[in-house]
Write a protein that binds this ligand. Sequence first.
Ligand code: AMP
Ligand code: GLY
Length: 414
Amino acid sequence: MVVGSGAREHALAWALAKSADVVVTPGNAGMAAHGLTCVTTPATELEADLFVIGPDQPVVDGLADVLRAQNKTVVGPGADGARLEGSKAFMKEFLTAAGVPTAAYGVFDNESAALEFLSAMKPPYVIKTDGLAAGKGVLVTRDLDEARVDVREKLSGEVFGGAGTTVVIEEGLDGEECSLFILCDGTNALCLAPSQDFKRVGDHDEGPNTGGMGAYAPMAAISVQQLDEIWRLVISPTLSELKRRDIDYRGVLYAGLMVSRSGTKLLEYNVRFGDPETQVLAPLYGDGLYDLLLAVGEGHLGDTTLTPSGAAVTVILAAEGYPIRPRTGDLIHGLGPDGQLAEPLENVIVFHAGTARNEQGQFVTNGGRVVAVTGLGADVAEARRRAYEGAALVTFEGSVRRSDIALVASKGAQ
Ligand code: AMP
Ligand code: GLY
């Protein structure tokens, strides 16, 4: 049973369906067209051997606790562990206690104290909403005036409602971003291949932060030595701190890292799979994913290891106006009745996020991120070529996409 309705859940369900019968709640039009069973019944009213919770909100709201109380096997931490994502202020306090390297920071709910702290920082200025904000609660800017306005707006609570009346102001970090997914079964942990997400809406990392505009894996720029160091300095102390706090973490711990020559720092933890990173990782792990996730839920991850072969790249096609005010209802061209490419290309998969069917049964846009087009190949260059060939076949009015996803990595020159 997969909970959620985005391209991440489409990718998870598609990979799990290689080994099991899968039901998605609520799913979306594209998943249903792709042969996946979608139901509107809530997860708490369904029976399944394994529950995988995709999005952040239900994890933070404690869905895993409710399901476990019903004796179900779940991938996803309880509300206690989920605070790592639910509150950035809590996460920073946790990291300090665990001794995990992270950006220097201050937490404020008072405007004058926040502005005073800000003026003592060096650019770039980093301002974060404390609570969940769909990847859009972070401003990184070199412009002090813009930063000041952002602090005022976030503290006013007008932009992010209840999620936004506390801000975290951070030291700006430089380096290469890496998403590392650690599967935890409460005792053992193992990490999936490192991947990279492209967060800004525009090419060359310009424009506002989004939920993510594309991704690739594996990220060869992260060496085995760096991974060892990340494990030693970031992951191990985190697992010990979880234990010390009596948090039985069974799920995916998503480490958002900034890797640089001067060392690695943790930007943030999330408590679930990434979107769009899952649209590259799920195809890479393919039919091995079910056993891995079952081992997470059942608590016997210890003897499982699996290294994927090949590479994957995904390109997000977003609606006009994303991430600020996405337009919906535009007809999508280039998809067949199964929601995949009308003219199929080998090793290209379309994962649906914000799509719906109109009265004539045609696919139309229905959200900010519309589809993720994933290409698979022997290496990043081949996977990238396929992803972009596929993405070029899917068109709709005003579509927004980056042209530089995995470009540097595909040249092997990071
Ligand atoms: P977060 O939601 O905390 O991961 O932040 C979203 C994005 O903002 C990250 O993926 C980075 O691209 C950027 N970011 C967050 N914190 C910092 C920081 N301290 N320095 C530089 N960039 C950051
Ligand atoms: N890829 C960013 C996220 O899932 O939060």
